[in-house]
Design a protein around this ligand. Structure first.
Ligand code: AMP
Ligand code: ZN
Length: 480
């Protein structure tokens, strides 16, 4: 039947039909680089990763663009508060989010446009909108989109265009607006913008682009033509994506996006993540506390993207167990005795049916929860065969390994988990080597040297305990 995806615009699940199956153009709204990304953002980025991996797995040629929003009100304010330029400030968070995405196994996308590198295309878009009567300038050098001149406004979100605009990130920029609903395409220069490196010249005056305009310009420049899939978190449907449509279609006269996908937000212990609740959690912080990246990946990925996902300690522990089961199965399969001929044990059928059911589940609007259930059903079935068959056929073992590897091309759980176990093993070997060096130093009564080794380990969070049977070590914080 092929891949079917829910489309926010039609409010229904539709067959996925890219314009050109050889090159599926995807645009995803990426992080705003005003501060560190949190695990909620990463639920959304892992959803992007799933779309990316799955469509490639299904044989599509994917051109995936995720932007970095490196100029907006919040980011300028944060840079100014630190006395940094916008460019210096945002580079820190760009590096951090890329590093964390790598640790969680998010496959690199094809292009990562930064908004400030697309000021030219943004100015050109605004010029088109001015020419077409869809935008107007105000005395402070700002430019607004004229919603009254775009009758389709509101179609994506189903909102009444007459309703008041809510959800704007920063209010107070509406000086000189014709209509309360109109939104800023360009914001006239304000005090401090130039010092922060956040001012660009334009025919109607110096200033900076509005956030919505940035995504239209990057999507049109980097995906080009009509975007097959546009992705984002659910908070972006209105006004961000509604405004992207108005600007892009208003300027080009062509349909902007064929299919809109939005991921639901993550909650933490049942509550919304917010500064006032003090429950904003970062990936880096969790990993530094010893949380497994593979477990975190599993937890953030395991629920269907249109259902609520609640991040809890319990959930994290369950994810850890799930990943361990997978890794143990992976090793068991590789080391199970095989023979080249003789009757098969049923492992081949289990592998073939797992692959088919996995595909069916994911084709159905990326039903990952069902896909993961299929995987564990497969693990249980094959484990059962390995329990009762001391030796299995080489070909069926290879079929099981191939099915597991293929499913993991999409899930990336064994990929990240194996990397972590390798790191754990390397770390363990290094600690043992240091403990042995310390034992030799102590035997030679070189106390300073012995203490230096203890400090070296302590700096890595490793605590030594000397006992009658020798020295044991443990991590300062337990691994989940
Ligand atoms: P931002 O950096 O706030 O612009 O967000 C980057 C991406 O993360 C956007 O697609 C947001 O919709 C998404 N996002 C923000 N908060 C959450 C959350 N709590 N859960 C899931 N996704 C989120
Ligand atoms: Zn965007």
């Amino acid at each position: 039947m092929g891949v079917r995806l829910y489309n926010t615009a039609s409010r229904s699940v539709q067959p996925f039909s890219p314009q050109d199956p050889g090159r599926v153009g995807i645009y995803a709204c990426g992080p705003t680089l005003y501060g560190p990304a949190h695990i909620g953002n990463f639920r959304t980025f892992l959803f992007y990763d799933l779309v990316h991996r799955y469509l490639e797995w299904r044989g599509y040629g994917v051109h995936f663009v995720m932007n970095f929003t490196d100029v907006d009100d919040k980011t300028i304010a944060a840079a100014r508060a630190r006395g940094a330029t916008l460019a210096d400030h945002t580079l820190v968070y760009e590096r951090q989010v890329v590093e964390e995405a790598d640790l969680l196994g998010v496959r690199r996308f094809d292009v990562y446009p930064r908004a400030t590198a697309y000021i030219g295309p943004m100015v050109a878009l605004v010029e088109r909108l001015l020419e077409r009567g869809l935008a107007y300038t105000t005395p402070d050098g700002s430019v607004f989109f004229r919603i009254a001149a775009f009758p389709d406004y509101g179609a994506l979100s189903g909102r009444d265009p007459g309703a008041a605009r809510t959800g704007e990130r920063v209010a107070g920029d509406d000086y000189g607006k014709e209509d309360g609903r109109d939104f800023a395409l360009w914001k006239g220069i304000k005090e401090g913008d130039r010092e922060a490196g956040a001012a660009w010249s334009a025919p109607w005056g110096e200033g900076r682009p509005g956030w919505h305009l940035e995504c239209s310009a990057m999507a049109l420049s980097e995906v080009g033509g009509t975007v097959d899939l546009h992705l984002g978190g659910e908070d972006l449907i209105f006004p961000h994506h509604e405004d992207e449509i108005a600007q892009s279609e208003g300027a080009t006269g062509n349909p902007f996006v064929r299919h809109w996908l939005h991921a639901k937000h993550l909650r933490v212990e049942g509550r919304k993540m917010s500064k006032s609740l003090g429950n904003i959690v970062g990936v880096g912080t969790l990993l530094a506390e010893g949380v497994s990246a593979a477990a975190l990946r599993h937890l953030l990925l395991s629920a269907h993207y249109r259902t609520e996902l609640n991040f809890t300690e319990e959930g994290l522990k369950a994810s850890r167990r799930a990943v361990d089961r997978l890794l143990d199965f992976d090793s068991r399969l590789l080391s199970h005795p095989v023979r080249s001929s003789g009757p098969e044990s049923g492992v081949r059928e289990a592998s073939e049916s797992a692959l088919a059911s996995f595909r069916e589940a994911l084709d159905d609007d990326l039903n990952i929860a069902r896909g993961i259930a299929v995987l564990f059903g497969f693990v249980n079935r094959v484990n059962g065969r390995l329990d009762t068959h001391a030796v299995i056929g080489r070909a069926e073992r290879d079929a099981a390994c191939a099915a597991l590897a293929s499913i993991d091309e999409v899930l990336g759980l064994i990929e990240v988990g194996r990397r972590e176990r390798r790191v754990d093993k390397e770390l363990g070997d290094w600690i043992e080597e240091r403990i042995e060096a310390r034992r030799r130093a102590r035997a030679a009564r070189e106390w300073m040297r012995a203490d230096a080794i203890r400090d070296e380990l302590a700096a890595e969070g490793i605590v030594l305990e000397d006992g009658p049977a020798g020295t044991r070590w443990k991590m300062r914080q337990g691994r989940h």
